[in-house]
Design a protein around this ligand. Structure first.
Ligand SMILES: C[S@@+](CC[C@H](N)C(=O)[O-])C[C@H]1O[C@@H](n2cnc3c(N)ncnc32)[C@H](O)[C@@H]1O
Length: 179
């Protein structure tokens, strides 16, 4: 995701010390490790720092750390006092109230390096369906919706009934088009 995004690549390449924060990386540091590998293919001197509120998750990250290029620390929206060029926060703010989003974004955006970006998104468990917004201090830059159509189950029943006929039977057309 981040490696293919032109705005992200430009921002990272414009900085002498391109630091990326993966905020709220979760139970396993695997997504942070993958992010670092993918970004390094485009920005060889990138450094990635995983931040978590949960101490046990920080300890899990520390076990695979390779400082200074890949590190893990305890931290939240204050970004542990760092000035990253990019913050990725995936599936973090969806645990919060909608009214928390703006102050959280503001807290992170204020701490970015000049020209920095925040990528805030959400996805299903295996990342086949994703959406994310890229935000700069001056405001939103883009909204991306992404999915792999071949993996979508097109014959899933409507759990709450079809919006038109109220049937809960398997929709013969698709899961996204009411019959
Ligand atoms: C659902 S997991 C997301 C994991 C990973 N980013 C992913 O998309 O697979 C959300 C994580 O965010 C962490 N978290 C929640 N609020 C946070 C905050 N303000 N700062 C840092 N981490 C936070 C939680 O501890 C949890 O591990």
């Amino acid at each position: 995701m981040a490696g293919r995004d032109l705005a992200v690549r430009r921002a990272l390449r414009a900085h002498a010390d391109p630091l990326v924060v993966d905020l709220g990386y979760g139970a396993s540091p695997v997504t942070t490790v993958e992010l670092a590998a993918r970004l390094r293919a485009h920005v060889p001197d990138v450094r990635v720092l995983g931040l978590e509120l949960d101490e046990q998750r920080v300890a899990a990250g520390a076990a695979v750390a390779a400082p200074p290029v890949l590190d893990f620390r305890r931290g939240g929206f204050e970004l542990a006092g760092t000035r990253p060029v990019l913050v990725r926060a995936f599936n973090v703010l969806r645990q919060y109230a909608e009214s928390d989003v703006e102050p959280s974004w503001r807290a992170m955006l204020e701490r970015l390096a000049p020209g920095g970006l925040l990528v805030d998104g959400t996805c299903d468990e295996i990342g086949r369906i994703c959406s994310w917004v890229t935000v700069a201090r001056s405001g939103p830059v883009s909204l991306t919706l992404s999915c792999r159509p071949a993996t979508l189950d097109r014959r899933r029943p409507w759990p709450n009934g079809c919006r038109r006929c109220s049937s809960t039977a398997t929709c013969p057309v698709s899961a996204s088009t009411p019959c």
